[in-house]
Design a protein around this ligand. Sequence first.
Ligand code: PLP
Length: 392
Amino acid sequence: MLCYKLMSQWRKTPVLLNPITAMKYTRMPIEVESPESLGYNTIECNLAESSVRDVQFKDIDINLDELVICYGDHLGKPELRELLAAEFTGITAADVLLTAGAAGALFIIQTALLTAADHLIVVRPNYATNIETPRAIGCEISFIDLRFEDSYALNIDAVNAAIQPNTKLISITTPHNPTGTVLSETTLRQLCTLAEDNNCYLLADETYRNLAFAAPTPLAASISNRAISVSSVSKAYGIPGIRIGWLITKDAVLQNLFLAGKEQIHICNSVVDEEICYQYLQKKEAYFKAVQKEVAYCFTTLESWIENHAYLQWVKPSGGVVCFPKFKDEVNVDIEKFYKTLLEKYKTYVGPGHWFEQNKRSFRLGFGWETREAFVKGLHNIDKAIGESLKS
Ligand SMILES: Cc1ncc(COP(=O)(O)O)c(C=O)c1O
């Protein structure tokens, strides 16, 4: 059965529903079409990724010999939570709840706080889960649409104007996926104040926090008890496969609520994942330096490629490892042919705009994951695919 708008008044595209029961979850295009679903072996130049390059076990110094494979602490390995908390002013290990990736944290927070009677304000474009899970819950959603013309800046007045008596959550992402923009400390503080003044919560998805180009802003959760910060080791450290993320809140009642949610999903994290994460983070500076060098090389290459590009324009990112280039308005391109040629002929992959509910004339381009050689080749391949897709 093809049905419009069943879960939410905001969905514009038709949804395929199970004929027997209306299904609660819909697979997101970004996951259906992800490189891992496509098969990494089908892609030579992977510019679709939003993280740094994945590490191999042999390249990191991990010893699991003494590990007891028991149920772990339900909040998460205490030493790991202490290590994470130590990075921030005013945050203790008790404020940190380990989850299965940042994705797990987002799911717990959204399902714990939102009901169909609640209202959510969420920035768009965004990491798809920040929009799709609230849709599955069936809550009312107001989108704050970021525009290329505004350099994808968040308009705090628009957020303020969207607040309703039943607003429960304001959801933002900084550094932002897919544009790479970063909220200023002033804006972050204003958002915290809005949440405090309106008896709602701020969900700050800070998964790219350690990839900000300048010193990161204070952790949202350290600014206000009304703010919940989310992050993980997936993006900056190249270890997404261990599925370790976390949420941070200084509100003990809220933390207990989130713990209840976690326990109902998977009780505790994998103790193996936690131990790998703990040992990795203790030496992260050494690992991270090498990563930063590669990212810097690719970013510089990208900058000089795109700044004077005949067909593409961008908003220069201020953090993360992704940007969201857009075809110039005057460029007459067969957009479907562009993506098809790019992938099938040139084996190069980028994240098309529809992954983020945007026009396909924009696409996400990741500059953190590929090797230098494959990244440069990927940019050339984009040029070739554009050349072969232009309409006269
Ligand atoms: C903004 C943002 N939040 C959360 C996630 C989920 O990351 P993970 O669950 O691997 O930590 C992603 C992944 O792309 C993301 O871009």
